[in-house]
Design a protein around this ligand. Structure first.
Ligand code: AMP
Ligand code: MG
Length: 403
């Protein structure tokens, strides 16, 4: 059996980034930019006032006091029609273009208005410095400059910047489409009361939600029966996606038909079974071709399924989506209490990671094994214990993966 690291390397070796597409800004959040985007204009587009106040000639205020004639008022969306001349001032709003002739803007809070002829006069008691409160055209970005580099994951800030520079169809790596198919004759919909031997399908909703949590689109194919014909039809549908995640049917049971069906449909096995607890039966393969599909056969037990999803499907999704890193956050923390590890496989044990104190701590939880989804629900991390029986003392530093 191969190790977790070897398995991850094999998965990533097959997880090529998806071809770029153009997405409207409303759909681009969380996606990775596929090409550099240049600005189609200067930012700011003109010399602009950074405060509400009066555009003046700084020389008029050399003495720290002046009473100036108000020439005009420039509100948002308007443009100046007059130059500022000695003895004159233009009332201006934040963001508006400054008039010719002015070299400073004085904050309105430093002024008092005196009504009179026309717009009246403004009294200013402040020494103005040339250039104050004016942001010069193109100081942030000049037309043609690269505003955003390829590879950037788009947050709300970047969506705003793309809008500012007029890029309304963003070149992006699309969201991976991930099909989820749970298998098992014992599965019934969660809305039903289980009869003898029956169990509610928790993996289907959980795995689809895990896919969506990572910003990808999930296609739920519903539970399939452990019958060749049904499995074949559902799996064939699932192979249209970029990733097909199956749960159940990959262990050594009589009805574990998944590997056989996958082989029939042209999916090449890359590995089956790894040194991992929970999650040993994991199956991974690829359907090659023009539209390749990565296929994960996750073990049926819900915790095994979720752990394998986190350790392998999540990094594959990140890789397809063009993201840097593998989408997993690995941390080191000190054990909050002693822990006895037993077993010849490395274990990922549900745990609570707490970074509130001086040094981060991790507390492995009481957990009844791979079917104990309740135990996992109390966790926010998986504590990693290497293979081998060993007692870990409180305070020892171990590795964990955040959920
Ligand atoms: P399998 O991997 O198919 O042998 O299933 C292992 C265990 O996981 C069995 O106890 C199944 O009943 C359980 N199981 C399989 N699929 C699901 C599912 N979709 N939801 C909840 N439990 C499941
Ligand atoms: Mg089964």
């Amino acid at each position: 059996m191969i190790s977790v690291d070897e398995a991850l390397q094999l998965v990533l070796a097959h997880a090529d980034v998806l071809p770029a597409v153009e997405a409207p800004l409303a759909d681009a959040l969380g996606l990775v930019l596929a090409r550099d985007v240049a600005s189609d204009l200067d930012s700011p587009p003109w010399d602009k006032a950074m405060v509400d106040g009066y555009a003046v000639q700084a020389a008029d205020l050399a003495s720290g006091h002046a009473r100036l004639t108000i020439l005009e008022e420039i509100v948002a969306g308007a443009v100046p029609t007059q130059s500022v001349r000695p003895g004159g001032a233009t009332r201006i709003m934040t963001g508006a273009p400054t008039p010719d002739g002015c070299d400073a803007v004085v904050m309105v809070e430093q002024t008092s208005h005196h009504p009179g002829d026309g717009l009246g006069q403004v009294e200013i008691n402040e020494v103005a410095r040339a250039g104050q409160n004016i942001l010069r055209r193109a100081t942030a970005l000049a037309q043609g400059d690269v505003a955003l580099l390829a590879g950037k994951k788009l947050r709300a800030i970047e969506i705003g910047l793309l809008a500012e520079v007029g890029c309304v169809q963003a070149p992006v790596i699309p969201r991976p489409r991930v099909a989820v198919l749970s298998t098992g004759n014992e599965l019934i919909p969660p809305s039903e009361i289980p009869g003898p031997g029956q169990i509610r399908n928790s993996n289907g909703p959980m795995l689809a939600a895990a896919v969506r949590e990572l910003g990808a689109s999930a296609i739920e194919l519903g539970p399939a029966r452990d019958e060749l014909a049904d499995l074949r039809q559902r799996v064939a549908e699932g192979l249209d996606a970029n990733i097909l995640v199956l749960s159940g049917g990959v262990s050594a049971g009589v009805l574990d038909l998944v590997p056989q069906v996958l082989a029939e449909l042209g999916v090449e096995q890359v590995f089956h079974k790894i040194k991992l607890k929970p999650g040993k039966p994991l199956w991974f393969g690829v359907r090659r071709g023009r539209r390749p599909c990565l296929v994960f056969g996750l073990p049926g037990n819900p915790v095994s399924s979720l752990v394998c999803f986190q350790l392998f499907v999540r990094p594959a999704m990140a890789s397809l989506a063009g993201q840097q890193g593998h989408g997993l956050t690995r941390v080191r923390a000190r054990l909050a209490s002693g822990f006895q590890h037993r077993g010849d496989r490395p274990t990922y044990h549900p745990a609570v990671f707490d970074s509130a104190g001086e040094a981060p701590t991790i507390e492995p939880l009481r957990w009844q094994g791979s079917a104990d989804l309740f135990g996992l629900s109390l966790a926010n991390a998986l504590a990693h214990f290497p293979a081998g029986d060993r007692h870990y003392a409180a305070g020892e530093s171990i590795e964990a993966v955040l959920l």
